[in-house]
Design a protein around this ligand. Structure first.
Ligand code: KIV
Ligand code: NA
Length: 265
């Protein structure tokens, strides 16, 4: 099957077909997501949380993102693969952003990048897009700025922040972004932004008027024990599945039930 492109993703908005996106970090999961029909796999810097166990996304490095991204690309044939540029690798200067972007594209084979922020980094985004690299924006709760926000609560609840978000969204569209992720903002604001833009919005905790949805795959599969924000729908309970399977394996090994005669040479 032909791979989904940023052009097709934009066409989906215009024919009112919602865009389905999930994060992915490794080859095996990427293969299953691809076969499941996902449109876009986001190699999120949330790998810092769900893979590495950090409290924030700040520690993950460009090399680590490239390793995750290359693994995901190898597991896909249909899905478009979008990769987060991690904290500290694109905010410093236009040149820094460009060099980080080129490294991810060259070394992972991914198809697009995602950067957090609006007008503050608009020149850096333009440089990347001018080099022929598609960029997805990310506004609202941008986790790389968590130390500024102080908590993971809903963003843009007041008029000032809502107005800034709308200006940022327009600037990102103007700069040539192919889509914008809207994270944890009021559904009404997300609806207004989505209606005002020609490019698609992809929401997480931003209501159903966005042009697409994204979730962290480990969260939606019920693998992240104890994490259940209001917006999260769990489509499986894999944490219990895994602990149950492990418990059974342990019991079978201890009781010499495993391996049996058919499971040895
Ligand atoms: O890193 C990530 O998982 C993300 C999504 C939550 C949008 O950026
Ligand atoms: Na991210």
């Amino acid at each position: 099957i032909k791979r989904i492109t940023t052009v097709q993703v934009q066409e989906m908005k215009h024919r009112h077909e919602k865009i389905a996106m999930l994060t992915g970090y490794d080859f095996t999961m990427a293969k299953a997501l691809d076969e499941g029909g996902i449109d876009i796999i986001l190699v999120g810097d949330s790998a810092a949380n769900v893979f590495a166990g950090y409290e924030t996304t700040l520690p993950i490095t460009l090399d680590q993102m490239i390793y995750h991204a290359a693994s995901v690309v190898r597991g896909t044939t249909r899905a478009m693969v979008v990769v987060d540029l991690p904290f500290g690798e694109y905010q410093g200067s236009i040149d820094q952003a460009y060099l980080s972007a080129v490294r991810v594209m060259k070394e992972s084979g991914a198809h697009a990048l995602k950067l957090e922020g609006g007008l503050e980094i608009i020149d850096n985004i333009k440089k990347i897009i001018n080099a022929g690299i598609p960029v997805c924006g990310h506004l609202g709760l941008t986790p790389q700025a968590i130390n500024k926000f102080g908590n993971f609560g809903v963003r843009a609840k007041d008029d000032n922040e809502a107005e800034k978000l709308k200006a940022d969204a327009l600037a990102l569209q103007e700069a040539g972004c192919f889509a914008i992720v809207l994270e944890k903002i009021p559904a009404a604001l997300a609806a207004e932004v989505s209606a005002s833009l020609a490019i698609p919005t992809i929401g997480i905790g931003a209501g159903n008027q966005c042009d697409g949805q994204v979730l962290v795959v480990n969260d939606m599969l019920g693998m992240t024990k104890g994490f259940k924000p209001k917006f999260l729908r769990q489509y499986a309970q894999l944490y219990q599945e895994i602990t149950g399977a492990v418990g059974q394996y342990v019991a079978d090994v201890k009781s010499v039930n495993y391996p049996n005669d058919n499971e040895q040479y």
